[in-house]
Design a protein around this ligand. Structure first.
Ligand code: XMP
Length: 323
């Protein structure tokens, strides 16, 4: 019979046997799956695990700190944080096309992550033979099954990396569904902010700025997004909605009147959706008073934003994200 306790015990045992006295690495994204996978492996092999977190500067307010402080405090995991904000900003300079942005972010991410891997492999200590991934059961089914461990070759398009940077995979969550992963995470003592986190795209706020991504625009969007999340949480709506992207229309301006005069600022779009699996979605009928509080606070507190609009499009035809 299935209990989170059994799952944890079983996996811890299996991982210990598999890894022996070798080492493993795990990339943390800030999301639920990689956090729970890492916590589980940490429980099994302790300091033989090193986690890597690439800070691409496209996270929401407080998320990087959540990984750096709260996750580490809860698990005691050994963590290597790579501050790559400037590198990503440079790579994204002048780029407005959504697909181009995604490609750049994906490419830079792999480069930075692989560099970190190389550094860890070069550290003193036992050989690094394993890579931990937070693959879930639905991912396994989607990609056609397979066995518990597999060899993967990392990408070869990176200058100066050894050709043979090769790891065996540990995928401790590959029999679990999302809700089970959350239960395991909770049992492992991870904070609710991590375990109950709603989906957030890998390219982060980079695909929630319609237009070029700049530091100033990211900071502005981070503020607006933090307000929206705060109010949704305060209203107890986190479990009712699938997610609520907050989007900055950076190339659009409209006239407003704020304080003592005319403004010419940017609109912020709220995109609250309800969904089962993100394949289809409906726009969430949020209470007017909650929308009103979010709108008032954003226009009062975020400089250069003078308008808040609500996206009332289902998916299809609209996607959840704007880019
Ligand atoms: P769309 O916009 O396609 O989004 O309706 C569906 C779900 O996927 C998330 N999403 C992403 N997640 N990398 C990710 O890890 C991505 O590039 C990406 N794009 C969209 C989105 O937040 C929604 O939950």
């Amino acid at each position: 019979n299935w209990t989170t306790g059994n799952v944890i015990e079983e996996q811890v045992q299996a991982i210990r046997e598999l890894v022996g006295d070798k080492r493993a690495i795990c990339g943390l994204s800030g999301g639920v799956d990689s956090a729970v996978a890492a916590a589980l492996v940490q429980k099994a092999i302790g300091s033989q695990l090193t986690c890597v977190y690439v800070d691409h500067g496209l996270m929401r307010k407080g998320e990087t700190e959540q990984v750096e402080k709260d996750f580490v405090a809860a698990t005691g995991v050994q963590l290597k944080v790579v501050d790559a904000e400037q590198r990503f900003l440079d790579a994204l300079e002048g780029v407005s096309d959504p697909e181009e942005k995604r490609k750049i972010i994906g490419r830079e991410f792999i480069r930075v992550f692989e560099q970190a891997q190389v550094e860890i492999v070069a550290d003193e200590g036992p050989a690094v033979e394993f890579l931990v991934q937070g693959t879930l059961y639905p991912d396994v089914v989607e990609s056609g099954g397979g066995t518990g461990t597999a060899n993967i070759k990392s990408h070869h398009n990176v200058g100066g990396l050894p050709e043979d940077l090769e790891f065996r995979l540990i995928e401790p969550l590959r029999k679990l569904f999302k809700d089970e992963v959350r239960m395991v995470g909770q049992e492992l003592g991870l904070p609710d902010e991590i375990v109950q986190r709603q989906p957030f795209p890998g390219p982060g706020l980079g695909i929630r700025i319609v237009g070029e991504v700049t530091k100033k625009r990211l900071d502005l969007l981070r503020e607006a997004d933090a307000i929206a999340r705060e109010e949704l949480t305060a209203a107890g709506l986190d479990r009712d909605i699938w997610q609520c992207p907050v989007v900055l229309l950076a190339d659009v301006r409209s006239v407003g009147v704020q304080g003592d005069g005319r403004t010419y600022g940017h609109p912020i779009v709220l995109r609250p959706v309800s969904s089962e699996d993100a394949m289809t979605a409906d726009w969430s009928r949020l209470p007017y008073d909650v929308l009103s509080r979010i709108s008032t606070r954003i226009t009062n507190e975020v400089r250069d934003v003078n308008r808040v609009v609500l996206d009332v499009t289902s998916k299809p035809p609209g996607t959840i994200e704007w880019e």
